[in-house]
Design a protein around this ligand. Sequence first.
Ligand code: CP
Length: 315
Amino acid sequence: KKNIKIFIDKPIIQYSIEAAKKSKIFNKIFVSTDKIMKLNPTERREICKGKTLAYLFYEPSTRTRLSFDSAIASVGGNSLGISDITSSSTQKGESLADTVRIMSIYSDVLVLRHTLDGSSRFAAEISEKPVINAGSGTEEHPTQAIQDLYTIKKEKKKIDGLKIGIVGDLKYGRTVYSLLHGLGNYDVDVRLISPESLRVRSDSIYEIKKKLDFTESTNIEEHIDELDVLYVTRIQKERFPDEEEYLKVKGSYVVGLDLLKQMKDDSIILHPLPRMDEISTDVDNTKHAKYFEQAEYGKHIRAALLGLILNENGF
Ligand code: CP
């Protein structure tokens, strides 16, 4: 069995390049993404011709699920899956283990989003087919981070040497953890900006500290004029155990045109989306806003990942 688990912290992709340095893996994915974007539709459809992707989403999604759907179609494959768990036999009490086992029979690769930390790792132990983590609780969202790093590289032409501010809900935002682990492979200056109660979790920060220099603060204005990249995240309302606590931090940061005036001319703003009120819509048409491009790159990096995962010798 070709066992592929995409985690940026632990094994990012366990297959032929498992032993390579992680940044080399990123580079391989980036090069493959560049390549796939240059192919014409007919060439692109040869890459995963006849392969089936199964998606299994226990939490809502727009971008991740649909970009995987669109990605597999663009490389000649097809998809099936469960996007609304209430319409599946989970509703009758079927376990995650059995659902994964069954879906892996019907497909060549499984894409899983689940409410629990460790869910993808667990699924990968059971599945006969590779499992891609599309979001596991508050833990990780690795393909989002690959997309984020790719966007930075495309828009800033480099990653090393950049000053990157990450603002918002750093406690519950799983994209942040994957991004921090990913950034640990580069020489970057990271500023973590959040309310005190939403700082990155202490259990995770221990691992992150081993490979990344960062500062923590609550004030975005202290950093804004120095940043090359401002990565904004939403407050993850659904993950708060207590709504009172959510209401205390709701609206803590709003990136609007006033803040943009303090930014470097060539700085960019990213956001994994969905956005609530943390970036004002009048920012969308400014040169700084790159979050829709970021979402578009997501389709291409996922197509490249599928091409790498489903082809023994790459493409
Ligand atoms: N960025 C992201 O994961 O978006 P979705 O929740 O819509 O998939």
